[in-house]
Design a protein around this ligand. Structure first.
Ligand code: ZN
Length: 176
């Protein structure tokens, strides 16, 4: 989950950055609409992947002020999640953020490896869940966290959204 920061110089027309280095807030308050690619022919994908996304959504919604609604079509979604087999095992998820000139987010695209990373921080199921929840944290605006006990650490040792992560998000949402 360590990603290279590639910042576009074009701030005027929906420039995209790779999530991780900076915190961002959404341009509009309120409910975020999440589209999840509902099936995939990639080897290793199963409907259980969708259950893991739902679990991550519920976990982050424990944070006050976070509302996420899953929608059936990508057109009007704020956040889109796609399954992939193109990412290296060392970097099983990536989130691209699109911003206004003001810096506020208008769109986030998450790409999640179908197969769990080969990490021993938990069972393969929990490692895959952690990747989904970590990238969803980026889509909500969180950067990487230096604390080893945070799910938003670049190489997290935990496989769940922790109180530390929730506090960081709460602080971000309360900010100016
Ligand atoms: Zn990350």
């Amino acid at each position: 989950m360590v990603v290279t920061h590639r910042e576009s110089t074009d701030e005027s027309s929906g420039s995209a950055v790779t999530a991780g280095n900076s915190a961002y807030r959404w341009a509009h308050p309120g409910t975020l609409h999440l589209y999840v690619q509902s099936s995939s022919s990639l080897a290793g994908w199963s409907p259980h992947h969708l259950a893991l996304v739902d679990e991550a959504v519920q976990a982050w919604m424990h944070c006050e002020g976070v509302r996420i609604e899953v929608v059936s079509w990508p057109v009007n979604a704020d956040v889109r999640l796609y399954w992939t087999d193109r990412l290296p095992p060392t970097n099983p998820g990536i989130t691209m953020l699109y911003r206004r000139a003001s810096g506020r987010l208008t769109r986030a695209d998450m790409f999640i490896s179908v197969l769990p990373a080969p990490w021993n921080t938990g069972t393969p199921d929990r490692v895959l869940y952690a990747t989904i929840a970590h990238e969803l944290g980026h889509a909500l605006g969180l950067p990487h966290d230096p604390s080893a006990g945070a799910l938003m650490h670049p190489s997290p040792l935990v496989t769940e959204v922790t109180k530390l992560d929730m506090d960081r998000l709460h602080t971000l949402l309360q900010g100016p």
